[in-house]
Design a protein around this ligand. Structure first.
Ligand code: NAD
Ligand code: IPM
Ligand code: MN
Length: 369
């Protein structure tokens, strides 16, 4: 494909800051790889609630449905987080995933040798750690029946339900096994089969699917133990397949192995080539508006977009190499550790990646690092 429509959903908090970085990367890569990318932005999340009272306005959903790929920043923030509010930004993201049928969320956790020095884990533990989460994204407890606490402060009960059908588990398990075939040939399936009925089905189905992949090793772990094994033997993992909620939690934990939450990209995929690409972090309200957010999770998400939705493997690999080289050369946003006074801004980090892609840097503003 040499021409594609990419919908940008900057969202809230640091979302617009990192999405702009992603947009600039795509613009430069499009020129060097002779792609025509038609990029258009649409409101989603808290900003859309403020504008029209709906976190996923129909026009935004329609633009996404007719896109080749979507790049999302992040949504949410304290101003929309009061539990008694009827509409929340996060509902927009969940509806988008569900409406587009994006059931498989790939969350790679790469090893960045340049960042090992600052990591909270000992270097020898991190050596060889390179994982891929395959998170189920349109089922489980996120989408089960629930009852809200309707009487506000006096409410005495509220509940959520977790359910999985065999076909929901099977399709995401197949994504994990296929991915493992192209990697180190191991799948770890995470569940809570010792307590939950839905998780016993999960384990049964994954075990059955594994029979079709005799070349792939299968390990089952209970989620509580998995949180510990991720820190004590990270390099023993290859692909980790998990339900919606466990995959959400474990992937944030695993970001510590890579170096920072701000580094991790994701791809949400369904049956076709349309995909939703986003860093795994949130809107980071504590640093929003300061120009210091790490843009690399979003930049690496543009690489996944080019690879999975546009079939541009070479362009994707070029972006990943540019990110590695930027880190190897010592550039660090504040979240990546090191001396705070040496930290670079979102724009400066993006410029550094762009320079390695052969693209133009933005003129330096006075005072900007
Ligand atoms: P968060 O991921 O926004 O932030 C957690 C911590 O990581 C914060 O200290 C933050 O400063 C830091 N951080 C996150 N991204 C960073 C980046 N790019 N560079 C540097 N530091 C970064 O999680 P939270 O604070 O629990 O959630 C804030 C809001 O974001 C909530 O409303 C939540 O629902 C929402 N959220 C949205 C998404 C999404 O849009 N996909 C994902 C997660 C959370
Ligand atoms: C993520 C986020 C979302 C999730 C929220 C914002 C709905 O934490 O993408 O990881 O829980 O899936
Ligand atoms: Mn999350």
């Amino acid at each position: 494909m040499s021409s594609a429509k990419v919908v940008l959903l900057p969202g809230d908090g640091v979302g617009p800051e990192v999405t702009e970085s992603g947009r600039r990367i795509l613009e430069v890569v499009a020129t060097s790889f002779d792609l025509t990318l038609q990029m258009e932005s649409h409101p989603m999340g808290g900003c859309a609630i403020d504008a029209v009272g709906d976190p996923l306005p129909p026009e935004t959903l329609e633009a996404c449905q007719t896109a080749d790929a979507i790049l999302l920043g992040a949504v949410g923030g304290p101003q929309w987080s009061d539990p008694s509010l009827p509409v929340r930004p996060e509902q927009g993201i969940l509806k988008l995933r569900s409406e587009l049928g994006l059931f498989a969320n790939l969350r790679p956790v790469p090893h960045f040798p340049a960042l090992v020095e600052q990591a909270p884990l000992r270097p020898e533990l991190l050596d060889g750690s390179d994982l891929l989460f395959v998170r189920e994204l349109t089922g489980g407890i996120y989408f089960g029946a629930r009852e809200e606490a309707s009487e506000g402060d006096n409410a005495s009960v509220a509940w959520d339900t977790m359910n999985y059908s065999a076909s929901e588990v099977e399709r995401v398990a197949r994504v994990a096994f296929e991915a493992a075939r192209g990697r180190r040939g191991k799948v770890t399936s995470v569940d809570k089969a010792n307590v939950l009925a839905s998780m016993r089905l999960w384990r049964q189905v994954v075990t059955r699917v594994a029979e079709d992949y005799p070349d792939v090793e299968l390990e089952h772990l209970l989620v509580d133990a998995c949180t510990m094994h991720l820190l004590t033997r990270p390099s023993s993992f290859d692909v980790i397949v998990a339900g919606n909620m466990f995959g959400d939690i474990l992937s944030d934990e695993a970001s510590v192995l890579a170096g920072s939450l701000g580094l991790l990209p994701s791809a949400s995929l369904g049956d076709g080539t349309l995909g939703l690409y986003e860093p795994i972090h949130g809107s980071a309200p504590d640093i929003a508006g300061q120009g210091i957010a790490n843009p690399l999770g979003t930049i690496l998400s543009t690489a996944m977009l080019l690879r999975h939705s546009l079939g541009q493997e070479e362009a994707a690999a070029t972006i990943e190499a540019a990110v590695n080289s930027t880190l190897d050369d010592g550039l660090r946003t504040r979240d990546l550790g090191g001396a705070p006074e040496a930290a670079v801004s979102t724009v400066a980090m993006t410029d550094a990646v762009l320079q390695r892609l052969g693209g133009p840097a933005e003129p330096k503003l006075s005072g900007a690092t």
